[in-house]
Structures are given as structure tokens and as C-alpha cells.
Design a protein around this ligand. Structure first.
Ligand SMILES: Cc1ncc(COP(=O)(O)O)c(C=O)c1O
Length: 369
């Protein structure tokens, strides 16, 4: 039983998080999900320790559901059957570090290449793993500059190349092309190549858009990651990472203590997020994901158009849910939690309403008058 001042503190936290949830447009987090059917699990201990595909001593897990989630994304990302493995992570960052880890184990003397527009988790990953790296210029839409990649790779043409491809850069949702990346590297004479696709936001819908971006296993990726909370939605951060089994076998260690293999980055792992992701993909299905993406995309198009009509130079990449605009004022940045660097952006994720974007448009354009 809490003391009354602690109860008050807790209630105030709930109110302030609820208020912040209502005006949260600058970062990609889905809102409005409904996992009420899963609340009963919160009274149980759950831990997905160990390899989801192996039995172990621990049984308080949701491994079976985690495997379903991995199978779903393996199919969506055109993985060769039975040759891909994966697990549910704490988010896109863990997936990126895991992909880089597999790459480093395969090619310890590689140079890692990624564009200037890449999420900061990737530079953290290469520092952690002691991988030499080279930051490639970006085009104005956020996509990698392939000529600059060619020049940089030429300088290290005797060494393997690890490339992180962005399938939706953080600020502009620019998409790199894994087929072009492979072609550029082959042209400069590099054949030892590992490509990790960072599809943190776009992963669930990228395969469903037309034209489909080149990023999946059939397009030459060795590993792919996505964040679960960004588009599918979850109350806590989560993600998925998938990789060719051969790469994972290189890092696998048998652990008697848990009666299973250690193949993941964390030891104890969340047992609830796989259930949430499972619930989301089962209840939506591919058709539902597509429909939700289309709704978001329509709202993103409307928002960019409306800002332009009102004199704000907003734009977005084709099929993007991210609307890029000039930097917003501090008061708007704070209230609407708008990610701002040399540009600002808002991201139309599932659960974002027209009322919210209209209120933000109003706030931005009233300042401009
Ligand atoms: C492109 C990209 N990659 C990775 C991440 C990190 O994902 P997470 O916050 O789930 O760790 C983000 C987060 O915004 C991102 O935009």
C-alpha cells in the first residue's frame, strides 16, 4: 500500500504522461493501440532468456509467440526458407548493434560504411565493437550518396565492407538501396560484403509500398532490424532483428545454466513485447498493416500540403510518413516534442489524428504570421 504522497506522485506521473502522449508528433511512436486482452499477463513473471527457437530449462517464456513474430517478418522480408533466424529485441538500437556484431564476427578487419543521416545507434555500435568506419555523404533527400560510397570504398578496396543501409533515415525517412550498394562495392572490386538494413520505422510497411524499396534478404541484406513500437505500436520499446542463420551460428554458445544457446545480446529478455507484436500482426494481418499505412500516408500528404498552402516549406520523400519542415520554434518543439536539428520533422504514425496535425499546423503557421 502506498503512502498518500506517493500515490499522488504516481497519479501525477500518469496525468503528465497522458498529456504528453496526446501531443507527441515529432518522434515515430504509434499511439492508440489496444492490448487490453493482454493485461492479465502482467501478473505473471515472464522472461524470454535464451534462444527463442530452442527448448530450455526456463518455461516462463513466450518463445512460441516470438518465433511466430520472426516467421512473419522472415516471410515479409523474403528470407530464403529456413535459413533465417531472429529474435525480439529491446528496440532498433539493439538490432543495429546486433547486426554490426554479426558483421564484425564475420569480417573483423572490415571497414563499416554508413551515411551521415544514419541514426546515432550505428556510430555507437561501431565504437563499441571497435570497427573502423567511414561516414558517407548523403543526398538532400537523406539517401546515401553512392558516388561518395564508391570513392571511400575504393580507398579501402582490399578490406571487407560492412554497410548499414537506412530504410527510412531518422530525420527525412530517406531510403538507401541495397542493390545499388552491392553494385557499387562490386564495381570497386570488393566481394566480401555484409549489409545490415536498418528499417526501424519502415520495416513493417516497406515491403507493401510501390515501388518496393530494395532492402530485404532477396535484395542482398544479411540482417534487418525494425522497431516494434514505432509503427505496429507497443507501450514499451521493442524491435525485431533477423539475420542469415550462418552468421548467427558464428556467435552461438551453448550454456548449460539455461539449457539453451546464447544467441541474443541480452540475457534476460522481455516476454511481453513478443506477445504484443504477435497480437498486432495477428489482428492486423498484411492487409490491415497496408490499410493503416495508407491512412497515415494520406494524413502525411495532407499535412505537408496544408503547411505549404500556409507558406511553410514542408516536404516528404515518396511514400514517407515523415514530413520535413524548417526548424520550429522552441515553444512548439517542447509542446509537440518535435525532433529538431537543422530541420524539424513530424511523423504520422498509427493513432495520429487530423485534429492533432491541424492543431500543430495552426501553432506553426500562427507564429509565422
Ligand atoms: C533509423 C533509426 N534507426 C534506429 C533507431 C533506434 O531505434 P530504437 O529507438 O527503437 O532503439 C531509430 C530511432 O528513432 C531510427 O530512427
Amino acid at each position: 500500500m502506498l503512502e498518500s504522497q506517493d500515490q499522488k506522485k504516481l497519479d501525477e506521473l500518469f496525468s503528465s504522461m497522458q498529456e504528453a502522449n496526446g501531443c507527441f508528433l515529432g518522434y515515430p511512436f504509434a499511439k492508440g493501440f489496444d492490448y487490453e486482452q493482454l493485461w492479465r499477463f502482467m501478473s505473471l513473471t515472464g522472461n524470454n532468456l535464451g534462444d527463442p527457437f530452442e527448448p530450455g530449462t526456463y518455461r516462463v517464456n513466450s518463445h512460441a509467440f516470438e518465433c511466430d513474430v520472426i516467421d512473419f517478418f522472415a516471410r515479409l522480408f523474403r528470407a530464403p526458407s529456413c535459413e533465417v533466424w531472429g529474435y525480439v529485441t529491446n528496440g532498433g538500437t539493439e538490432g543495429n548493434i546486433y547486426g554490426l556484431y554479426l558483421a564484425r564476427e564475420l569480417y573483423p578487419d572490415a571497414v563499416a560504411y554508413f551515411s551521415r543521416d544514419t541514426h546515432y545507434s550505428v556510430s555507437k555500435g561501431v565504437r563499441l565493437l571497435g570497427l573502423e568506419h567511414s561516414v558517407v555523404r548523403s543526398q538532400s533527400n537523406g539517401e546515401m550518396d553512392y558516388d561518395d560510397l564508391a570513392q571511400r570504398a575504393t580507398r579501402s578496396r582490399t578490406r571487407p565492407a560492412v554497410v548499414v543501409a537506412n530504410i527510412g533515415t531518422t530525420m527525412k525517412e530517406g531510403k538507401d538501396d541495397t542493390l545499388k550498394i552491392r553494385a557499387v562495392l562490386h564495381d570497386v572490386g570488393i566481394s566480401a560484403i555484409y549489409i545490415h538494413s536498418d528499417a526501424a520505422l519502415c520495416g513493417p510497411y516497406a515491403p507493401l509500398i510501390n515501388p518496393k524499396p530494395a532492402f530485404d534478404f532477396a535484395d542482398g541484406a544479411d540482417s534487418i532490424t525494425l522497431s516494434g513500437h514505432k509503427f505496429l505500436g507497443a507501450p514499451m520499446p521493442c524491435g525485431v532483428v533477423l539475420s542469415h542463420k550462418l552468421h548467427v551460428q558464428r556467435v552461438m554458445r551453448k550454456i548449460d545454466y539455461i539449457g539453451s544457446s546464447d544467441t541474443t545480446l541480452s540475457g534476460s529478455r522481455n516476454a511481453y513485447t513478443p506477445i504484443m507484436l504477435w497480437y498486432a500482426i495477428r489482428s492486423l494481418g498484411i492487409e490491415g498493416i497496408k490499410q493503416i499505412f495508407q491512412q497515415c500516408e494520406r494524413l502525411a500528404a495532407y499535412t505537408a500540403d496544408e503547411l505549404n498552402v500556409r507558406g511553410v516549406r514542408a516536404w516528404r520523400n515518396p511514400n514517407a510518413l515523415t514530413v520535413v519542415l524548417p526548424p520550429v520554434e522552441d515553444s512548439i518543439k517542447t509542446k509537440w516534442q518535435i525532433a529538431t536539428q537543422d530541420i524539424s520533422h513530424l511523423v504520422i504514425t498509427p493513432g495520429t489524428t487530423k485534429q492533432q496535425t491541424d492543431a500543430l499546423i495552426e501553432a506553426i503557421t500562427n507564429r509565422n504570421r
